[in-house]
Design a protein around this ligand. Structure first.
Ligand code: GLN
Ligand code: ZN
Length: 763
C-alpha cells in the first residue's frame, strides 16, 4: 500500500510575520479589510504551494486562522458570547466581531466589554480563546471559513485534507457560564453542525478529514471517554475521518479508541509510550495509521533512518501515512533564512519547510522499499544530521560539578513565611493593600528601534545606556506620580523575557527569524539550548539597571527575573538531555543573579514563572515527577535569600485551580497571578487554602484596550475581599504592561491607585 505524507498544519503567521503586521495595521486603522483578507489569501496560497513543491501528498486546509483556530471553530458553530454579539446592535457575524471576542473593546453605548478568556493550548505556549457555553444553548453552522478555504484550495488544484477541531475537544476546552452544568448536554446540538459540515465536505469530493481530538491523550473521566463512540457514530457514513491525537500517548486509552467508528488514527510518535508496533497490533486492521514521527515542536533534524526501520515493518500490513507529530504551528518556518547560525549546529536543525522535506524523503524510501538508494540516503541523513553535538561547544565541567551539589542539597528559605513576614513588614513598612505592577511598561516603537540600533551596531553601548537610563527615569517618575508602592524599572532593555536572559547565558544560541505565534498577532522567537547553562563570564544580568532605578527613588524597586521553568519551556531544548538537568542549571544561574541583586541592596525580587503550569505533563499521573523538580528549581533560585528579601513570583494564562497547593509550596512571599480574564474564578481555590503567603490576583486585563474605571476597581476589590484576607492582599494588573500604550497605562493605573486609596480610608 502506498505511503502518503502529510503535516497536521503549517505555521500561519508568515515567514516575515506578514499576518502579524497586517493584523496590527488593520487594528490601528492603517489598512482596510480587503488588504487584510488579501494577505491571508496570499499566505495560505504560499504555504500550500510550498508544501506541494516539496512533495507533501495531502495539504492541510483549515489550519489558517485570523486570530486562533479554536475561536474560528466557535464562530463556525455560531457560539458567540452575547456580550460580544450584541455590540453592534445587529447580527453581523464578521471578522470584526471575531476580533472583538478575542480582544474586547467598547460597544456602541461606549460600555467596555471584556474579551473572552485566553489560556494555553495543552502544554504549549500557544494561547487559545476559550469558548463560552450557556445552558440549553443551540449551535448552527454560521462562519464557513473552512468551507471557503477548502474551495479556494480545490480551485487551485491541491489535494486537500480539511482540518477540523473535533467536537469533544472543542467542548472540553470551553467553560460554562452562569449556573454550572454538564457540557456534554450540549453535544447533540453541536454534532448536528459537525454532521452538516462533514456532509458538505463530502459533496466537494473530499475523501479524508483530519479531525483533531487531542483530549484523547488525557486521562479522561469515564463519561467523556464513553461518549466518543456515540459522537462519532453520527458521522459514520459521511466521509473518512482521521482521528488525530498529539502531545502525549494514547496507549492508556487504546481499548476505547479502537471502538470509535472512524477510519484512521494519527499518533504522536515523538512520545515514548506511543509504541507503533503495539498500537498497530491493537487497532482494527482496516484503519489507516498516521505516524507522527517528525517532531512538530522542536527544531532538531529527525533520525529518519530509525523511523524508516520502524515503519517498514508495518507498511505491508496496513495503510500508513507519515506526518508531523502535531501541527507545525509550533515550529519556525524556514531554516534557510538563518544566515548567522554556526554551520555545525545549523546542519542539525530543521524548521517547518525542512520537516516537510524530511517527510517526503521518508515516504519515498518507504514506497521504494526495494530500491536501496533511498534507504541509503536516509542512513546518511541520520549520520550527518543527528550526531551528538561537538562536546567542546556544549560541555562545561564547572557547571556539571555545581549541578551535582545542587541536586544533593535541599533548598529552603532560612525561616518560614510567618517569620519572614514580620521581618519584611518592619523592613519595608508598606501600607495595607500594597500596589505594584508585574514588571514591563509600554514598549514603544522608539524603544524597539533603539534596541535594534544597538544590536545592529548603529548605536554604541555608551549611548544605548544613556537612552535606557532616560527611559527608566521616566518610568520611575510616572510610577511615583501615579502613587504605586513597589516600583519596577520597566524592562525596556528586554525584547522578550526569555530571550533577554538567554542572551546573557552560556549554552544558548539564537535564530534571526524563528518566530512562533503565541497568541493573536503576538509571536515569540524561542532560543535554542545546545549545552550546559551558566551566566556569561559569571557576570550580573540585571543589577545595573535595577540599581539605577533604585537610585532614583525612596520607594522599593523590584528586581525582575525570569524563572528556570519558563526559560526552559520557552526555548527549544535538546531532546537527549533530561529537562530536570536543564532546568536546575538555569536555576543555578538565576540563584547567582538573586544573590547579586540582594548584595546590591535590592530587597524585593520577582521571579516570573508564567510557564510553570503549561509545562505540566498532560497526564495527571505524571505530574508529581515533574512538579518535584519544577518546585525544586524555583526554590534553588530563591532559597539563599535573606529573610528580609521579599521574593515574588508571577504566573498567568493557565488553569491554576488544580495546582494551587503546589504554587503554595514554592514558598514565594508574594504571588501575583493572572485572574481577571477568567473573572477571578481562581479566587475560589484560595478560600480553601489556609497556609498561603501573600497574593496579588491580577485585578484587570492588560491585554484589552479597555480602561477600567475607579468603580470597576472598587467592585473588584470588594469581590476579592470575600476570598482573601486584606493583610495578605496585594493589588496589581494581571500581567506586564508592555503591549499597552502609555495613555492606557497611566489612565488604568491611576484609577487602580485611586480605588485602593479610597478603600484604605474605608478599612
Ligand atoms: N515581568 C514580565 C512582564 O511584565 C512578565 C510577563 C509574563 O508574565 N508573561 O512583562
Ligand atoms: Zn504574566
Amino acid at each position: 500500500m502506498t505511503v502518503l505524507s502529510h503535516i497536521l498544519g503549517f505555521p500561519r503567521i508568515g515567514l516575515h510575520r506578514e499576518l502579524k503586521k497586517s493584523l496590527e495595521n488593520y487594528w490601528n486603522g492603517q489598512c482596510n479589510k480587503n488588504d487584510l483578507l488579501k494577505i491571508g489569501r496570499q499566505l495560505r496560497m504560499r504555504h500550500w504551494q510550498q508544501q506541494k513543491d516539496i512533495g507533501i501528498d495531502l495539504i492541510p486546509v483549515g489550519d489558517f486562522a485570523w486570530y486562533d483556530h479554536v475561536l474560528t471553530n466557535s464562530f463556525m458553530v455560531n457560539n458567540i458570547p452575547d456580550r460580544h454579539r450584541n455590540y453592534a446592535g445587529n447580527d453581523n457575524v464578521d471578522i470584526d466581531l471575531l476580533f472583538f471576542v478575542a480582544r474586547g473593546g467598547y460597544n456602541n453605548y461606549k460600555e467596555s466589554i471584556a474579551a473572552s478568556d485566553m489560556i494555553k493550548w495543552f502544554n504549549t505556549n500557544y494561547h487559545y480563546i476559550v469558548p463560552e457555553f450557556v445552558f440549553g444553548q443551540k449551535f448552527e453552522l454560521k462562519w464557513i471559513q473552512l468551507l471557503d478555504e477548502v474551495d479556494e484550495a480545490l480551485s487551485l488544484g491541491y489535494n486537500v485534507k480539511p482540518v477540523l477541531l473535533g467536537p469533544l475537544t472543542y467542548l472540553w476546552l470551553g467553560k460554562t457560564k452562569g449556573n454550572k452544568f454538564n457540557k456534554l448536554l450540549l453535544l447533540d446540538s453541536l454534532l448536528l453542525v459537525y454532521k452538516e459540515i462533514l456532509e458538505k465536505l463530502a459533496k466537494k469530493g473530499i475523501s479524508w478529514v483530519q479531525i483533531d481530538e487531542p483530549i484523547l491523550v488525557l486521562e479522561l473521566p469515564n463519561e467523556w471517554k464513553e461518549i466518543f463512540y456515540h459522537a462519532y457514530f453520527q458521522f459514520k457514513d459521511n466521509i473518512q475521518l482521521l482521528l488525530t491525537t498529539y502531545f502525549d500517548s494514547i496507549s492508556h486509552q487504546i481499548d476505547v479508541i479502537r471502538e470509535i467508528p472512524v477510519q484512521g488514527i494519527h499518533v504522536d510518535c515523538t512520545i515514548k509510550d506511543n509504541d507503533l508496533s503495539v498500537i498497530h497490533k491493537k487497532l482494527p486492521s482496516n484503519w489507516l495509521l498516521s505516524a507522527g514521527v517528525i517532531n512538530g515542536r522542536n527544531i532538531w533534524c529527525s533520525d529518519l533512518y530509525s523511523c524508516f526501520k520502524q515503519l517498514s515493518l508495518l507498511t505491508s500490513n496496513r495503510e500508513i501515512w507519515v506526518g508531523s507529530s502535531c501541527s507545525l504551528l509550533h515550529s519556525p518556518i524556514d531554516l534557510s533564512n538563518e544566515v548567522k547560525l554556526n554551520k555545525e549546529i545549523k546542519n542539525q536543525l530543521a524548521f517547518a519547510i525542512q520537516k516537510c522535506k524530511e517527510l517526503v524523503m521518508l515516504r519515498t524510501a518507504l514506497n521504494e522499499i526495494n530500491d536501496t538508494q533511498y534507504q541509503h540516503a536516509l542512513q546518511q541523513y541520520s549520520i550527518h544530521k543527528c550526531p551528538r553535538l561537538n562536546p567542546s561547544i556544549i560541555r562545561d565541567e564547572l557547571v556539571e560539578v555545581r549541578l551535582e551539589n545542587i541536586i544533593s542539597t535541599k533548598h529552603h528559605r532560612k525561616h518560614p513565611y510567618e517569620i519572614r513576614k514580620i521581618v519584611q513588614k518592619e523592613y519595608f513598612k508598606l501600607p495595607i493593600l500594597p500596589i505594584t505592577t508585574i514588571g514591563s511598561f509600554p514598549q514603544t516603537e522608539e524603544i524597539r528601534k533603539m534596541r535594534l540600533d544597538f544590536k545592529s551596531g548603529r548605536l554604541d553601548y555608551y549611548l544605548y545606556c544613556v537612552n535606557i537610563r532616560k527611559y527608566i527615569k521616566k518610568i520611575i517618575l510616572e510610577q511615583e506620580n501615579i502613587g504605586l508602592d513597589v516600583l519596577v524599572h520597566g524592562e525596556i532593555e528586554r525584547n522578550d523575557m526569555v530571550e533577554y536572559f538567554s542572551e546573557h547565558l552560556n549554552g544558548f544560541i539564537f535564530t534571526q527569524n524563528g518566530w512562533i505565534q503565541s497568541y493573536g498577532s503576538r509571536c515569540v522567537k524561542p532560543p535554542i539550548i545546545i549545552g550546559d547553562v551558566s551566566r556569561r563570564d559569571n557576570k550580573e544580568i540585571t543589577v545595573k539597571w535595577i540599581n539605577y532605578a533604585q537610585s532614583l527613588t525612596n520607594k522599593p524597586v523590584k528586581g525582575m527575573l525570569t524563572g528556570p521553568i519558563t526559560i526552559m519551556s520557552w526555548s527549544f531544548c535538546r531532546e537527549d538531555i533530561n529537562p530536570k538537568i536543564i532546568s536546575l542549571q538555569i536555576a543555578s544561574a538565576i540563584q547567582d543573579e538573586v544573590m547579586d541583586l540582594e548584595n546590591a541592596g535590592i530587597n524585593i525580587i520577582q521571579i516570573d514563572e508564567p510557564a510553570f503550569r503549561e509545562s505540566l505533563p498532560l497526564k495527571i499521573s505524571a505530574w508529581s515527577k515533574y512538579l518535584k523538580w519544577a518546585v525544586e528549581s524555583f526554590k534553588v533560585c530563591s532559597s539563599l535569600a535573606k529573610d528580609s528579601t521579599q521574593i515574588h513570583t508571577h504566573m498567568c494564562y493557565s488553569e491554576f485551580s488544580d495546582i494551587i497547593d503546589i504554587i503554595v509550596e514554592l514558598d514565594a512571599d508574594v504571588i501575583t497571578i493572572e485572574a481577571s480574564r477568567s473573572n477571578l474564578d481562581i479566587l475560589e481555590c484560595f478560600k480553601e487554602i489556609k497556609n498561603f503567603n501573600s497574593i496579588g490576583p491580577g485585578i484587570y486585563d492588560v491585554h484589552s484596550s479597555v480602561i477600567p474605571s475607579v468603580e470597576y476597581f472598587t467592585k473588584r476589590l470588594y469581590k476579592i475581599f470575600k476570598y482573601i484576607s486584606i493583610e495578605r492582599l496585594w493589588v496589581n494588573p494581571d500581567c506586564g504592561l508592555k503591549t499597552r500604550s502609555w495613555r492606557e497605562v497611566i489612565h488604568s493605573l491611576t484609577n487602580m491607585v485611586q480605588a485602593v486609596k479610597k478603600m484604605r480610608k474605608n478599612i
